[in-house]
Design a protein around this ligand. Structure first.
Ligand code: B12
Length: 232
């Protein structure tokens, strides 16, 4: 049996503080459908970050390029594998060209409950976590038990996210992506560099990212939206 503890401690210290190990053959068919054919014989390691630490580490690393978070995450996992599992190759699936359903994997890990604003939520971290790496490895780690946490939105009485959304994209119990996107793409939109609904959510608010990280991530998603609109 391989020991994941030293890798977990090093990843935690580097701000990549959520890890989940799956045996490939335990994943449901819809998750396996987006993975390479050998995945059922391997282990899949899902790595995320939660809270503020990752951004502090990324800032300290002063990395070049448009996505310093991805660069930092990949360098960190390279370093951690070289230190604790030298010579053991792994296949990096995310970030990468293949579309991996990260929230579906997060759901299997017990990290993801759907919020009205579509970012996953849990009662501890709120919506202040994201998925940073997906690896396939020929390893024998102990698989991680599913985290079993309640869905905080089910008991939320005040629903501040719904009233904070300026275009009303969360009305009627479903997320209206076109309404959200049209509003964000307007000149001087207050939602260009932050989601006011997400910011209004009280769950895990002590873990809310640094404003610079929020602006960085939302600028990137806005650029993605612009790109899609141009191609339509
Ligand atoms: C495309 C995409 C978007 C599109 C959404 C368009 C759409 N309807 O697909 C746009 C550009 C709008 C977007 C925006 C954002 N995104 Co986005 N996005 C993705 C991406 C790259 C692919 C999603 C996908 O198509 N999956 C394919 C299907 C088959 O997989 P799935 O898991 O079953 O699908 C789920 C999602 O698609 C989700 N979904 C559907 N519609 C929307 C709309 C939005 C806005 C979001 C966030 C999710 C979402 O619901 C599905 C069922 O759970 C994922 C990364 C990934 N590879 O999964 C990130 C991802 C969903 N995004 C994420 C985030 C955080 C954001 C932003 C907050 C910006 C940011 N990066 O910080 C904003 C949201 C704010 C807003 N209101 O716009 C995170 C969510 C983390 C979490 N805790 O759940 C992800 C997982 C990326 C990551 N590395 O962690 N995103």
């Amino acid at each position: 049996m391989d020991d994941f503890h030293p890798l977990a401690a090093a990843l935690d210290a580097a701000g990549l503080n959520r890890q989940h190990i799956f045996n490939g053959h335990d994943l449901p068919a819809d998750c396996l459908a987006t993975l390479p054919p050998r995945a059922p014989e391997q282990q899949l390691i899902l790595i995320g970050h939660a809270g503020r630490r990752l951004w502090d580490c990324v800032q300290a690393a002063t990395l070049p390029g448009p996505d310093p978070i991805d660069t930092y995450s990949q360098r960190t996992v390279d370093r951690v594998f070289a230190q604790f599992l030298p010579g053991r190759p792994y296949q990096l699936l995310y970030p990468g060209p293949r579309l991996i359903g990260l929230q579906a994997l997060g759901h299997q890990a017990g990290w993801h409950q759907p919020s009205p604003f579509m970012v996953g939520i849990d009662p501890h971290w709120g919506s202040w976590f994201a998925y940073r790496l997906v690896l396939l490895v020929d390893s024998h780690f102990l698989p991680t038990p599913r985290v079993d946490r309640a869905h905080p939105c089910l008991t939320c009485q005040s629903t501040p996210c719904l009233s904070a959304c300026p275009p009303g994209a969360l009305k009627d119990g479903r997320f209206d992506l076109a309404r959200c996107s049209d509003w964000r793409l307007q000149a001087d939109s207050p939602c260009a560099e932050a989601c006011l609904a997400r910011n209004a959510c009280p769950v895990g608010s002590e873990h809310q990212y640094d404003p610079a990280q929020i602006a960085h991530s939302y600028r990137r998603s806005l650029a993605m939206l612009r790109d899609w609109r141009m191609r339509k």
